[in-house]
Design a binder for this molecule. Structure first.
Ligand SMILES: Nc1ncnc2c1ncn2[C@@H]1O[C@H](COP(=O)(O)OP(=O)(O)O)[C@@H](O)[C@H]1O
Ligand SMILES: [Mg+2]
Length: 224
């Protein structure tokens, strides 16, 4: 089976005020279908940069990146956006929900780009919200939901397209311990039960130890 994600000697340099910041200095690794990988490392070590690349939100300065078996170098912006929509789900620390939009509409949004009918989009969004335990919060807007509930809406939105990989960048970073643990348990259950590969950036040693694999980053490199 094709690996979900492959990075080979990937570099990412950010130009900044006439100098170059090397955020990733040649990183190689593979995410197989159904994997559970934790990425840890100090602030500034390149974790978010790597997640953006793996998710096709950004491109490498050098090196090779395959998403769902396809080399991103050969893809124009529209093809890359389509590949991202079909292959990747994202969960961010700060939820990134549309503020004036209900939970069900937030979750249905990625399906708009599939050209799916509104009735079908809504049906799938409701099913996914039920899956994350929010069947009773369909018409709530983000500011009418707790942080833990907002993150569960974001998880439903990430998974409504049935992606191969879920990329979660410090998904519990804005949550208290109890809500953080509930969100994590949900992500792990989705990995186990739906077979979606889970790549999670975390500061939490305990979380990292539960993953199948840990990747330790320092100064733009994988050190373990
Ligand atoms: N848009 C940007 N422009 C310039 N430098 C950046 C940019 N984004 C990140 N960096 C730098 O790249 C390095 C890695 O950042 P990041 O990937 O956000 O690390 P982490 O997520 O591990 O905290 C840091 O030194 C950071 O300051
Ligand atoms: Mg980060």
């Amino acid at each position: 089976m094709t690996a979900a994600l492959v990075a080979e000697r990937v570099r990412r340099d950010y130009p900044l005020d006439g100098i170059t910041v090397p955020a990733l200095k040649g990183v190689s690794f593979t995410v197989e279908a159904g994997d559970y990988v934790a990425i840890i490392g100090p602030s500034g070590s390149g974790k978010s940069t790597l997640m953006h690349l793996l998710g096709g939100l950004d491109r490498p300065t050098e090196g090779k990146l395959l998403i769902g078996g396809r080399d991103v170098a050969g893809l124009g912006p529209e093809d890359l956006a389509r590949l991202r929509n079909e292959t990747i789900g994202f969960v961010f620390q700060s939820f990134h929900l549309l503020a004036r939009t209900s939970a069900v509409e937030n979750v249905a949004l990625p399906l708009v780009y599939r050209g799916m009918r509104a009735v079908e989009r809504r049906r799938r969004a409701i099913a996914m919200l039920e899956r994350v335990g929010l069947g009773h919060r369909l018409d709530h807007r983000p500011n009418q939901l707790s942080g833990g509930e907002q993150q569960r809406v974001a998880i439903a939105r990430a998974l409504v397209t049935d992606p191969q990989v879920l990329l979660a960048d410090e998904p519990t970073g804005n949550l208290d311990t109890k809500n953080g643990q509930a969100v994590l348990a949900l992500l792990e259950a989705l990995n186990r039960e739906q077979g979606v590969a889970l790549v999670i950036v975390t500061h939490d040693r305990e979380v990292a130890e539960r993953a199948d694999r840990q990747i330790v980053m320092r100064d733009g490199e994988i050190v373990a």
